[in-house]
Write a protein that binds this ligand. Structure first.
Ligand SMILES: Nc1ncnc2c1ncn2[C@@H]1O[C@H](COP(=O)(O)OP(=O)(O)O)[C@@H](O)[C@H]1O
Ligand SMILES: [Mg+2]
Length: 309
């Protein structure tokens, strides 16, 4: 397994504010790694250190095997960046921006033109390529920035809240392209404050708050870790006594909501097995059975509150 990003105790201090506080994590080749946290958590500062915009005050990182302190330029040739704030020239057309980017990366002209046409097509901008960027909507600008970041076919892509504040169409186009790129092997580091986006897109998510990593895991596992108490909703085809449900091993609470029962449990799988046995013993068929996992928003709140100030 190739490690594409290794952050080791990355730290950045602004005056008396430790914006990023000993942050460590690895991102492996082929992953979409989500860096999730509320505003001011330190996502952009971390991204800027990893992409060589600012230097850490302590700790370091390797990106594509290059140390960000000693070797920042070498790493830059292998990755692309979509920064938090747009960096296209508004008085140039999309096409001119792309050609300029191609020159910066030293791409052969015909290669840059081919690649630009392809990317503009995939991002729904080809028809508008000769318009000045100042006429672009926010979503179109962001799609252009993404195209610019991909011109040199990077193996690793950094995106800082790429869909924040965008229209639905632009968001969908960007997420679809990210999925496609990842399927073709591109490793992606993406910051977001949007739980749903992280859940839909990312293989692993690191949650940051107040400059510190709170948890790193698969989005599903993070959700499970939050609430050790799970809820199971069940209904039967005939009346069953509540106290009989309370007697099921593993059930810690029973509540009635309409024709359904809500059970709380430490181990939902144990309880589900027991419910099947219960229905057989009581000749009551199970009509509905749902596990109610904590929502990502719940998970986010719980995780970030644990070590909150
Ligand atoms: N250039 C800077 N100068 C001073 N403080 C900064 C600077 N950049 C970020 N900060 C502070 O560092 C903290 C983290 O900011 P940031 O990394 O932008 O968070 P996020 O991207 O998660 O919203 C915030 O408290 C922010 O005010
Ligand atoms: Mg930010």
């Amino acid at each position: 397994m190739t490690v594409m990003i290794r952050a080791s105790d990355l730290t950045k201090v602004f005056g008396s504010n430790t914006a990023v506080d000993h942050v460590s994590f690895d991102v492996d080749e082929g992953e979409i790694f989500g860096f999730l946290g509320p505003n001011g958590a330190g996502k952009t500062t971390t991204t800027r250190m990893l992409t060589g915009v600012i230097l850490p005050d302590a700790g370091t990182a390797t990106v594509l095997g290059h140390d960000i302190r000693s070797d920042p330029v070498l790493a830059k040739q292998g990755f692309g960046v979509v920064p938090e704030t747009s960096n296209a020239y508004t008085d140039l057309t999309a096409w001119q921006n792309l050609m300029l980017m191609g020159e910066l990366y030293g791409l052969e002209r015909t290669r840059a033109m081919q690649r630009s046409s392809d990317l503009l097509g995939m991002l729904g901008l080809f028809e508008r390529k000769d318009q000045k960027v100042q006429a672009y909507s926010k979503g179109m600008k962001q799609r252009l920035i993404l195209a610019m970041s991909l011109l040199h076919e990077p193996k690793l892509l950094f995106l800082d809240e790429p869909t924040s504040g965008l229209d639905v169409q632009s968001t969908q186009m960007i997420l679809a392209l990210l999925r496609d790129l990842n399927r073709q092997g591109t490793t992606i580091f993406l910051t977001t404050h949007n739980m749903e986006e992280a859940n839909r897109l990312c293989h692993r998510v690191g949650i940051i708050r107040g400059g510190s990593i709170v948890a790193i895991d698969a989005p599903e596992k993070l959700k499970m870790a939050i609430e050790r108490v799970h809820r199971i909703e069940v209904s039967f085809d005939r009346e069953v006594p509540g106290d009989a449900l309370e007697g099921i091993p593993g059930v810690t609470g029973v509540n009635r909501t309409g024709d359904k029962w809500q059970l709380t449990a430490d181990n939902q799988y144990e309880v589900i097995r027991s419910l099947v046995a219960f229905s057989q013993q009581n000749a009551a068929s199970i009509v509905t059975l749902n596990t109610l996992a904590p929502s990502l928003d719940d998970a986010f709140l719980r995780l970030t509150e644990v070590t909150g100030p």
